[in-house]
Design a protein around this ligand. Structure first.
Ligand SMILES: [Zn+2]
Ligand SMILES: [Zn+2]
Length: 324
């Protein structure tokens, strides 16, 4: 089969990979659309020691599933963490924190920048008919966006500043807007500000944040750069909360005295459950379709990742096959 292959921080297009064979509790999924996310770009920079097929955001069609034949022919999305079910975190109900977890396209498991991928049946969610492929491919990042918002569950009127309006920031902004909080989004690029026109939020440039210093009940940091945390600490009020979403390959130097003196709560947030994200899409409460900047074929995969890495780039999708 054809796929993108990552090795020694180099990405190549291959057509000589065997189509994977599903195990007894796995499904073979034909990938329809895959999304390129910031973590894929960090992977290229060496964020995790990964060799294989990258990619973890996808919508596809089940081709084969011995233990779940009712899924064959249906559109699905796949939760990306595959837990062992046996370690201490798994036993305490935290499978996403399994100490032996494999993660689709990120850790120990080939991902979705391929014509086919094998995924445990337990990780699959059927996509409601009314959600188009172009929206469904956002399920994984939308689940991550929703989980970040869920960490703080802002009440209506809560003063929230979102730092960053890139791929993930745009989704977080849309989820925050559903909560009735008083939202300000700090967006670096004009194109990112344009995409926020339909969102119920004040939108400011990154040089307009001085007046926000110390005012935010909650700051959600989704800049995609480690420097965002320092800005977040400037904007949050004493005893406020900062939610961190950026995974950066580079370590961050930071004066943490602010956290102590102002008794700030720092919350890390990675992934989230798929069902509520699919519900946001199915109910039309979040529409990610305007966020798609380009859809490119697998053969142009390296160029697609380059495009996604450009400053202010929107969501770039890889088209692997048709739904039908
Ligand atoms: Zn991602
Ligand atoms: Zn485990």
């Amino acid at each position: 089969m054809r796929a993108l292959w990552l090795e020694d921080r180099r990405l190549t297009v291959r057509d000589d990979l065997p189509t994977p064979r599903p195990g007894p509790d796995e499904a073979l999924v034909r990938v329809v659309l895959a999304g390129i996310c910031g973590t894929d770009l960090e992977l290229l920079r060496g964020y995790l020691p990964f060799r294989g097929v990258p990619g973890h955001e996808m919508v596809g069609v089940v081709v084969e599933a011995a233990s779940a034949p009712h899924l064959v022919g249906h559109r699905v999305v796949a939760e990306i963490n595959i837990a062992c079910g046996d370690c201490a975190p798994c036993r305490s109900g935290l499978p996403r924190h399994c100490s032996r977890r494999r993660v689709l396209g990120l850790r120990g498991l080939d991902g979705v920048f391929a014509e086919h991928v094998c995924v445990p049946v337990a990780n699959l969610q059927r996509v409601p008919d009314r959600v188009p492929d172009g929206s469904a491919v956002f399920t994984e990042p939308l689940a991550a966006a929703r989980a970040a918002v869920d960490e703080v569950a802002p009440a209506p009127g809560t003063r929230v500043v979102l730092l960053g309006a890139g791929r993930l920031g745009q989704l977080i902004a849309r989820v925050l807007a559903t909560t009735g909080c008083r939202l300000t989004v700090v967006a670096r690029h004009a194109g990112q500000r344009d995409l926020l026109a339909s969102v119920d939020a004040e939108v400011v440039g990154e040089h307009e944040t001085a007046r926000l210093a110390g005012t935010a009940d909650v700051v959600v940091e989704a800049c995609g750069a480690g420097s965002g945390l320092a800005t977040a600490l400037d904007l949050v009020r004493p005893r406020g909360t900062v939610v961190l979403k950026t995974t950066s390959a580079a370590p961050v130097g930071l004066d943490l005295a602010r956290v102590v003196v102002d008794e700030i709560c720092l919350v890390g947030s990675r992934c989230g459950p798929f069902e509520p994200a699919l519900a946001l899409l199915a109910e039309g409460r979040v529409d990610p379709l305007p966020l798609i900047a380009a859809t490119m074929p697998l053969e142009h995969g390296p160029a697609a990742l380059e495009r996604a890495a450009a400053p202010g780039a929107g969501k770039v999708l890889l088209a692997l096959s048709a739904t039908g």
